[in-house]
Design a protein around this ligand. Sequence first.
Ligand code: GAL
Length: 415
Amino acid sequence: MKLKLKQIVVMTGLVCASSAYATDVEVLHYWTSGGEAKSAGQLKEIVKEAGYGWKDFAVAGGGGENAMTALKTRVISGNPPTAAQIKGPSIQEWGREGVLANIDEAAIAGKWDSVLPKVVADIMKYKGHYVAVPVNVHRVNWVWANPEVLKRAGVTAMPTTWDAFFAAADKIKKSGAIAIAHGGQPWQDATVFESVALGVGGADFYKKAFVKLDQRELTSPTMVKVFDTLGRVKTYIDKDAPGRDWNLATAMVINGKAGFQFMGDWAKGEFAAAGKIPGKDYLCAAAPGTEKSYTFNIDSFAMFAQKDADARKGQLALANAIMNPKFQAIFNLNKGSIPVRSGVSKNKFDDCALKSMDDMDSTSKNGGLVPSFAHGMAMPSATQGAVVDVIAKFMNSDMSSKDAVVALAKAAKTK
Ligand code: GAL
């Protein structure tokens, strides 16, 4: 990632509000849906409890693309926020720009090396020093369903294979409901695509193609099959999908307009905010063919170097607040994710969250744990952008699977 002036665009929809505290921490995030805003609110509370004001720098837009553009603008103008919601390899990219803050002081005091899994701690460090703090683990390869819609259509169980899924989707379509709730935005297209790829090709295929960017795997007959399957998925999406926000797609499942949605478990935050109970009002299952795999997406906040000593103190307080076990419980209960650190009570977590915890544990031992590329965990940001563009083009045109594979393999070479 290079910070170039031409990347500066005028952002709309920024919500900035200052507070009455002596020192504010300014936090850039993109948690603006109902469930997300509740979770962000918890962070705000704990920061205030620590004696610091919260300056909200919320940029609407699922997946965070708009937020990243806004961030670049602020950093280029020499006025970075205290912290920003940045994850995965992007943390290293920002580290290389020389703009991140070393927060080892908080990490040592909080024993982060021993309460975080090593793979997670490594992502949070730049050149061996902590520069970011993780807040959760989201699982991406979920399918959500409305049991009433399924029942009305005569679907008796959550599908575990793609064949069973398409048979169920046919029945739902026949019953008059929409089979798949989807929002036609590139990051949502990629979210569905990566679950299809994992289900069709398995974890090893996924890792070779999307982590190692292996050209042989990217151009394999399996990848053609992935696009064929995605092409079938497309036929169950309604015509109003283009541009629809993900939480509005979740609302379609909540209110019985649609049967299924493929989405990470931030969708559970929406079900929870609507007062819905898992197992009763909605169902969660691993996306077809992915029961033994787990696509992880870890939200984290990277810390930006501050000139002012008080601002620096506020930053360390924010880092401590994020790692507080009580906070990680309450935040993740609202967010739909699971805590990333050890030592957090599992008491109040629901069955979908407990399944996520168990599955993360078992897949970390059987090789099924893979990083979500749609959510910035697997590839450099430029590569991710190019790959996602190909998927979005496939979703929005009559591009053939074979042409898509050629374009995908080329996009994967983007640096
Ligand atoms: C993900 C992010 C989640 C959620 C989602 C929708 O990339 O990790 O926390 O916000 O996008 O915006």
